[in-house]
Write a new protein. Structure first.
Length: 428
């Protein structure tokens, strides 16, 4: 075990877990294949992403079996704040999760914690970020309650993380990449107010991502009635107001995170695409492994940062790790899309003798376009699409049908699960 100084203190240095989101069984398989040590999923109940393709028990079991072949684990989010009517069926649900071989549940509500300890003791208990834990005494409290890991609040700073690890022998998980809440993370009720969809029971409508008109009011004394008149605060051609936060990205600061003693690096995004999951996991996997191969001479490769930018939906920043975000860390008007790349296909088969691959189409592409292939551990090359054929050998002018299997020549060897994307025109 190596020791290094961080902020004047001696801390442990061990390879952290890379934890990836998996909103579906397909995303789980891509996350694990591209280097995740563990994935977190949602079940049919008690989770905070009710619109994701949440897992049945059968799918959980299949996901666990697939992950195990790569030495990876599966966690299940059961992190709602339960109302009285949510309690019925909880015991059976937790027993069902345990029976699938899942390693842990991610939980916020104390009654779910206590019930899990009693009826499904093989499951580890990871305290959700919904509990907004930010100090070492709170971490100590949850340790004494039987929690195995604490997922810290997104608002925790690097110094607070170091202090927690110095004071409590406890597994700590932090978000290192993905969307940030415009409100206090896990405490927003805008969705409840605007749409009657409960943010803390899996129904968040992401009201902070909407666009708004702004008005002020003044007393209207025109005519015989005295009333209130709305006055717009913008012109007709002005952009609508929004209040979305920038996305978190800590790939440039992995050495500090590693030396802080964090046990698990968590990527946000169960609702994101397969392309997003594979791209981001791949970049962080390479960076973490490169650091541990040679900590003294480690340098961030520009291509890793460029890769995560290809998958980003919004501009990136470092959240609360080094300073409190201000207006510069929010998006109050439309900006250029951060990732003008389109995921267009995934490799299903490769024939080394002929240099041809079978590609499952995911978005439109055609001959003459430049595309990129990428895969785990840095597999990457560009080429121009020449001729494409369907499986019957009929030449096509474009791949335009979803999930159609296309045969095409590739300039370098590829493998199943390698992905293909193209650069789009500049988007707004």
């Amino acid at each position: 075990m190596l020791q290094q100084d961080l902020l004047g203190k001696r801390v442990r240095l061990e390879k952290p877990e890379l934890l990836a989101p998996a909103g579906s069984l397909e995303k789980l398989k891509f996350a694990v294949h591209y280097g995740a040590d563990a994935v977190y999923i949602g079940g049919q109940q008690y989770g905070l992403r009710s619109n994701a393709d949440n897992f049945t028990f059968e799918e959980m079991r299949e996901g666990v079996e697939f992950a195990a072949r790569y030495g990876a684990k599966v966690f299940v989010a059961t992190n709602i704040y339960a109302h009285n009517e949510d309690i019925a069926g909880l015991e059976a649900y937790l027993r069902g999760i345990e029976a699938t071989g899942v390693a842990a549940i991610i939980v916020a509500d104390p009654i779910i914690i206590e019930t899990c300890k009693r009826v499904a003791p093989k499951l580890e208990i990871h305290l959700s970020t919904q509990q907004s834990t930010m100090n070492w005494q709170a971490v100590q409290f949850w340790k004494e309650e039987g929690v195995d890991r604490v997922v810290l609040a997104r608002e925790a700073s690097m110094q607070e993380i170091v202090d927690i690890k110095q004071n409590v022998d406890m597994e700590i998980e932090v978000f290192v990449h993905g969307a940030m809440c415009s409100s206090w993370s896990g405490r927003c009720v805008l969705s409840n107010h605007f749409t009657d969809r409960d943010s803390n029971r899996g129904g968040c409508s992401q009201s902070c991502r909407w666009k708004y008109d702004l008005f002020t009011t003044e007393e209207d004394r025109s005519g015989s009635q005295i009333g209130i008149k709305e006055l717009p605060l913008f012109n007709d051609n002005d952009d609508a107001f929004s209040m979305s936060s920038k996305d978190l990205c800590m790939i440039e600061h992995l050495p500090e995170l590693i030396r802080s003693g964090v046990d698990s690096f968590k990527i946000e995004g169960r609702m994101k695409s397969v392309h997003y999951v594979a791209t981001v996991v791949n970049a962080y996997r390479q960076a973490i492994d490169a650091y541990f191969a040679d900590p003294v001479n480690y340098e961030l490769k520009p291509e890793w940062l460029y890769e995560v930018q290809k998958a980003a939906n919004r501009p990136l920043n470092t959240g609360f790790f080094f300073d409190t975000p201000d207006h510069e860390d929010h998006i109050f008007e439309p900006e250029d899309k951060a990732a003008p790349y389109d995921f267009v296909g995934v490799v299903m088969e490769y024939d080394e003798a002929t240099g041809t691959a079978i590609i499952q189409q995911r978005n439109h592409f055609k001959p003459g376009q430049e595309i990129e292939f990428f895969g785990p551990q840095g597999t990457f090359f560009k080429q121009t699409v020449v001729d494409i054929f369907d499986e019957a050998g009929i030449q096509l002018d474009a791949a335009r049908h979803p999930l159609q299997r296309i045969r095409m020549k590739v300039e370098q060897p590829v493998k199943p699960f390698d992905m293909m994307r193209k650069k789009m025109g500049k988007a707004k």
